[in-house]
Write a protein that binds this ligand. Structure first.
Ligand code: CU
Length: 84
């Protein structure tokens, strides 16, 4: 008998956080691609939109820390100005 509700193993949408990151050092489409790649390759991060100076992401705090997101941006050669 179905009791209703959701299976246990579904990821709760409640745990996913949405952030707009302000990023210093971006100046062209190449920078947009670099930031997009860096964030895409970070486990637990989903890229919604990237443009010069900012990135909109959703991330799962169970999989990735704000520090790891900042580090990924730093490693790509940019600086996180605000967010996470
Ligand atoms: Cu550039």
């Amino acid at each position: 008998m179905e009791a209703g509700g959701y299976p246990y193993n579904w990821t709760s949408p409640m745990s996913i956080k949405k952030e707009t990151l302000k990023i210093n050092g971006m100046s062209c489409g190449g920078c947009v691609k670099s930031v997009t790649r860096a964030l895409t390759q970070t486990e637990g991060v989903t890229v919604e939109r990237v443009e010069i100076g900012l990135a909109e992401i959703t991330y799962d705090p169970a999989l990735v820390t704000p520090e790891a997101i900042a580090a990924a941006i730093d490693e790509a050669g940019f600086e996180l100005a605000e967010g996470v």
